[in-house]
Write a protein that binds this ligand. Sequence first.
Ligand code: PGD
Length: 769
Amino acid sequence: MSNETGSKIEFRPHSSHWGVFSAAIRDGELLVRPHPADPDPNDLLQNFPAALRHPARVAQPMVRRGWLERGPGPDSRRGRDEFVPMAWDAVLDLLGQELRRIRERYGPGGVFGGSYGWSSAGRFHHAQSQIHRFLNTAFGGYVASVNSYSSGAASVIVPYILGNYEELTKHNVTWEQVAAHSDVVLAFGGMALKNAMVAGGGISEHVERGAMQAARDRGCDFILVGPLRSDLPEEAGAEWIANIPGTDTALMLALVHTLVVAGLHDREFLDRYTVGWPNFERYLLGKADGQPKDADWAAPITGVSAETIRNLARRLHGRRVLVTVAHALQRAEHGEQPVWMGAVLAATLGQIGLPGGGYGYALGAIGYYGRRANAVPGPTLPQGRNRHGNFIPVARIADMLLNPGAEYRYNGQTRTYPEIRLVYWAGGNPFHHHQDLNRLRQAFARVDTLVVHELAWTATARHADIVLPATMTLEREDIGYSSHDPLMVAMHRIAEPYGEARDDYDIFAALARRLGSEEAFTEGRSSREWLRHLYARTEQALREQGCPAPDFEAFWAAGSLRLPQAPDDGGPWRAFREDPDANPLPTPSGRIEIFSETVAGFGDASCPGHPAWLPPEEVPGPGAPLHLVANQPATRLHSQLDFGDHSSAAKRRGREVAAMHPVDAAARGIADGDVIRLFNVRGACLATVRLTAGIRPGVVQLPTGAWYDPEDPQDDRPLCVHGNPNVLTRDAGTSALAQGCTGQLTVVEAERFAGNLPPIRAFEPPLTS
Ligand code: PGD
């Protein structure tokens, strides 16, 4: 391609969590082309062009005026104050001094460096790895976080009941098997393409749509259980069972009950491969509590007729059935239960370990599930050892900051929240990912100092005391790699840094120098030298396997390298099925645990020893009669590049779009395209409504990711004028076992917003002086 002056424009390879691409600058404009071999490229790539030089970018280091004038300390003005620009050397000196003060007075236990977040795809400049390495090698450790907002409940319960969580999601039933073998895919929560279109580290081939189409063409039936019809793509041709949100465990119990009373359960499989069935069966049949968990019992709970449940159960018998449970289901109160019950349903059908059958937990939740693994390792920045050792379950951050010294339960332990003085964040956006944002604001007001590296003025940056401008991925070199995508990408620099932005690595190196630990952090390497160093591991593994192993220069010049992949062998559950004694699962008993002595032994009523229907505390009622599903957005990854064109274009009247059933809208005098106010006891936000019959009546859906935009930041409970559902969600753990995020589901009321529409200011830089 040439520009107007006829000179050739060079497209360079790059990668993002949402796709591999190449890009070039023509006449000051960024052009982006998806990878030519991608069968189903992701439109999220179109968020890049407008974002690159958008005024929402952070142009220079900034310090909050109140912090600068009064020094570190708790301050409720965070998020309400103005900022003072500062030169790099001065701000780094100031921060170095503050880090020394904290270390001397409180030690590493005074710093929360959990810094959760997805940041960018390149494996070296991955901000999480950078900040953890810095805190470990140059500071002496930090209070960490464990687990994720994605799979907080599942990752804790799975090792007790099924085995290795990573294997369950990444080495199990693949899309190839679905296309070739499944007769029925029973998808609780669906498998929305928007989720599978993303994979941490990058993805060059989006295969899910094609696989569902191929399975469908072969005669596979897809059955979607969930309140949103869009959670399976049209290609799946799915039958839709629109249950009440959060009731899947009850529905699964009733399916199993129906199978058992009809004698259609696979007794042989249950005897040979599982433990604890008799205990569970007593509960199922009502022998323990007098209530059989049959279809009639489940119908009013789930909103699905008893007849539909019974018919569905009978249709599952004797066919190659794959049960899938979306991450979303466990991001709710008692989120452990649907994960466990999905496994019990699959075991009852006797399908676990068969090609295209069994339990595909979280298949479709992300792009690296359901694929072959790479046969060689990719680059990873070593994070060093955290000698401090204390941690919290990731979604308990506000609890920790608000309740230092308080006890809480987690994974069978009683733990104590530490007292945090400094919070350091790079590569994440808690004002996107956390629940009950008004409470989070109170929590952040408690610390002495909040430091944020950001490429843009997210609400997290606005609440910080020190904001350091980070480069965006397009402005630096890196290596893109994901464990289940065969393309390793030489991510070339596409553009110069915005304003005074610096790479996280360079910022941490400069701070490490001020702490007297530069060598420990950098090991004397420049960024380019780190890339060469990290690449060497893959090169060596390729050589050892007798595969072509280009050196770094050749890889860099070629722009990408296709890696060998492991066979699609069904993983540990196939081997277990073939010989459970030779290949036991890494559970306490070596079998699938339908009853877990270990979990029961923890004695936490919120997660008993077998899967059970535990009615949620938060249910629709007076004041909040509707369920709100706050799910992943389709037009951006989480909150990333919300100011990009693709994300902005999908909004209506500048606001995030909420989906609502026409019946619920009519009852409230709401018309399609109206701006509505969604509210509950915790907060309120505006959104523009889209009416659709593709949602269960009684449910509103508002995706996450619209940047928090308080109408009046001085208020304690300001109206978010942009549509961030996390002002409404509840900040409570899934259970005492996992303490996972429950942000997927809450209850609200909706009304037509009749006032003057407040302007959207989320993307304007904050006031400076
Ligand atoms: P992102 O928007 O990806 O969200 O939460 P997460 O915090 O990961 O945030 C990444 C941030 O990193 C962005 O602000 C981006 O600008 C910044 N960034 C990108 N590259 C760089 C870089 O190189 N350096 C620096 N310093 N910064 C960079 C996601 C989390 O949200 C997740 S994973 C899930 S699954 C949860 N889902 C839900 C949900 O379903 N429902 C609700 N209500 N809430 C959720 N929150 C969770």
